[in-house]
Design a protein around this ligand. Structure first.
Ligand SMILES: [Zn+2]
Length: 177
């Protein structure tokens, strides 16, 4: 049984999947190359100040086989202690892809704050938990139901994408009033 992690009052634990931000492609075009796929994991206060930040990078392109790498700056080593269960899960499972890392984060209760949609597409009070991903005892499952943060339940749906589509429609209905 996995317990969700908690953190200090006034802070939250979250992550962003960098290559899934809606602006990732245009950013890569400006830089002239796409950066390695990565997940930023952070503890942040309400003024968006990071207490620490951990970068998990997919470096398969360098190795020619699936590999990931964790980077933590020297003044942020407290992360190893504060979210020890995350690093313990990495050590136990030795995941070699970012999707599995993301699942570990979801199960531990880190908020997925990836900006997958342009700001205009968001609707306050209506967010889709884990972007439609659902879990059974710590493992991701494909088929099942979810619920909007407002409480509106979805029907049983076959995939994450189907749940995302359901949520987009739900927001459209809410906007219509
Ligand atoms: Zn809703």
């Amino acid at each position: 049984m996995t317990e969700k992690l908690s953190t200090d009052p006034g802070y939250r634990l979250a992550y962003t999947v960098e290559h899934e931000h809606w602006y990732a492609k245009s950013e890569a075009r400006i830089l002239g190359k796409a950066p390695s796929p990565s997940i930023h994991i952070f503890k942040q206060d309400n003024n968006e100040q990071d207490a620490w930040m951990v970068l998990v990078e997919d470096i398969s392109a360098i190795f020619g086989s699936p590999r990931i790498q964790v980077r933590v700056l020297d003044d942020m080593f407290s992360a190893f202690v504060e979210v020890a269960p995350f690093f313990e899960a990495l050590a136990a499972e030795q995941p070699r892809d970012l999707l599995r890392v993301q699942t570990i984060l979801d199960v531990l209760g880190f908020a997925d704050e990836t900006e997958r949609q342009r700001p205009g597409a968001r609707l306050a009070g209506h967010t889709l938990p884990a972007e439609g991903r659902i879990f059974d005892q710590g493992s991701r499952i494909r088929e099942g139901a979810t619920a909007c943060s407002c409480g509106e339940p979805s029907p049983v749906l076959p995939s994450d994408n189907a749940r995302r589509e359901w949520h987009a429609e739900h927001k459209t209905e809410v906007r219509r009033g």
